[in-house]
Design a protein around this ligand. Sequence first.
Ligand code: DHK
Length: 145
Amino acid sequence: MTKTVYILNGPNLNLLGQREPEIYGAETLDDVAVACADTAKTAGLTCRFLQSNWEGQLIDWIHEARDAAAGIIINPAALTHTSVAILDALNSFDGPVIEVHISQVHKREAFRHHSYVSQRADAVMAGFGTHGYLLALRHMQHLLA
Ligand code: DHK
């Protein structure tokens, strides 16, 4: 049976491709989901790709992943910089966690430089555009081998 990786996306990422394309690019979140499914298949993994604008929904999916997933890739979007609750939920998960940011957050406003999630993440991707999700999946393959 293939291992499942949850790929979780936080607030406003449903608008990917429309919102600030000069920062986040022209690809839509559906494009990213298709590319992730493809890369996961090549890597011998199954991915469940999810997005919510609601912090509680993301936390419920992290709890679900405790039994259903071998690893989590998460772009918490703005909740990266504010959510102790997402950090606490990730601390309840035993497998590898990779944090992804499409943009290079350290080149941006100071409030984007701190991440609560980084205190739990085993690896962090920032500034690779949407390709960062695919690199994260490849690294997840390595971590789960
Ligand atoms: C996405 C967001 O929506 C921002 O709030 C984060 C992140 C950065 C990204 O680069 O994917 O600060």
